[in-house]
Design a protein around this ligand. Sequence first.
Ligand code: PRX
Length: 619
Amino acid sequence: MSQHSVKALTFNSMNHVEEYKKLYSESIKEPEKFWAEIAEKEIQWSKKWDKTFEWNYPDYKWFVGGKLNITQNCLDRHVEAGLGNKTALLYLNENYNRVAVSYGELLNQVNKFANGLKSLGVKRGDKVVLYMPLVIEQVVAMLACARIGGVHNVVFGGFSAQALRERIVDSGAKVVITGTWTLRRGVKKDLKGTVDEAIQGLDVVEHIIVLQRDAASALVEKEIDFYELLKDQNEFCVPEEMDAEDPLFVLYTSGSTGKPKGVVHTTGGYSLYTHYTTKKVFDIRENDIYWCTADPGWITGHSYVVYGPLSNGVTSVLVEGVPDFPTPDHWYKIIEEQKVSIFYTSPTAIRMLRKYGEQYCEKHDFSSLRVLGTVGEPINPEVWQWYRKHIGSGDRPVEDTWWQTETGGHMIVTLPGLPQKPGKAGKPFFGIDVDVVNKEGKSVSVNEKGFLVIKKPWPSALRTCLNDHERFKKYWNEIKGVYFTGDFAIKDEDGDIQVLGRSDDVISVSGHRLGSAEIENALLTHPAVSEAAVIGKPDEIRGEKIKTFVVLKPGHAPGDDLVNDIKRHIKREIASMVVPDEIEFAQGLPKTRSGKIMRRVLKARELKQDEGDLSVLDT
Ligand code: PRX
């Protein structure tokens, strides 16, 4: 075995199943004690909490009365500990441009930008929308919001003007921060133009901060240049003392209804949980070069590109662009040249790399890698094996991590040192009480399929859905008393959990959650469409692809032109990643007698599977 063998990795002294079991069972027996001890040890608080946990079902609070600012944990404390010159972020793109910023420089930029935001009137509790490329400035903007108590709402740069507008309106953002473009396969993809379209006629937006990536050009009313705003600001910004339960950010995600929900995360529990899971799941060490390939527009980017790694003082790589451009081994080159030691990505990306073949892996030296991770969807066992063999030199641990936007951090994981089971997410993280149950909430037997639930609130659990607390309550009421994840799972005799996928109408394309209803709503705004149903179909690379069934209004005829027009419409309404791969024109859709579209029947027919119980079908 090489020096990087699984054995070399330790979870404290917890590199054996028995030790995991012992610590896990202690953490479940007394979660408050467990989290309080870690919170004290790992996180800097300006005032200690009075009460660790409060649960007025379904609402809960952690570290009640505690005060902190997450940016102090991510920046100041490292600089104070003498790590000011350590590289915090290492940015690369498809042209191999490289920009490094140290913890000291990052703190300085965050302070100045925070003062800039203050000068525009942004105050504690104000919402700020970010629609930015994956660049260091995006991290600066997120942290600057947090520094002054502003609540960021990052919108992924692939979303359309319409989707962006909805999120700006729903969150009531006063300020939008954007960049002129983002780089994708050699093409500058316009972001600023999308913002212009999104905010047309919106009075709520008072300022637009623009990161101008080419020579600065004239900006119009309400617009301010990113660096102009930062330029003459004071180099220190007193961190706003936040309550542990004050919101840190809002992030929209798809659900089974038509409208995306604004998941709200708070400061204290989220700081602690993302810090601790990053540290333990990835076995963080002082000289690690850590690369999580996610975009901060998704939760993985928030927790494991920005907050978790910075809180641990690690050096993180940020890469703007796609895995296979300009060459199929673009990412491999980065791993080799930057000596990446922790690599965390999605099954979709791995499947894409695998498709190009291992000959590209063989050209590169991956000996710097110590830990591999995966997130976003179930990983196929053969893809897991390929990942470990060809990227992980055959013996590096592959940490599968199951979690959600709502959970804030890893819930079910393969911890380093514990047995690796390809295709199984692993065991619950410390303090996380999970179960697999039937509709009535009763545990199902070992190796039987059921609903994955979490039995008690954990520190980084969502606290509400913005402007819609009822929707939050649904998570805890779907099956009374427990958090309903929406996933099907199976638990084996060792307690390892295999996540099977969604039990609701959520589709996962390249690990991104898309609600069928959201896409159907957009389809219905097309002038020719009278009814629509959307299902996910298996896809070799992206996990699932989108198929839609469309019933046309009288006077409209099926045809290629209409197919293309509907595709363009969806791209305009939501995002290009949502554009259906297949559009089938139908005479009618299977519905229940109460008129609900039976997507599961459409799916079963499409996949030539058993259609199941059809007793409620309106025939
Ligand atoms: O279905 C599960 C799947 O992704 C959903 C959460 O999506 P989102 O909120 O966008 O967050 C993705 C990144 C954390 C889950 O309900 N999922 C996520 N990770 C895994 C997974 N399914 C299986 N295995 C995973 N490791």
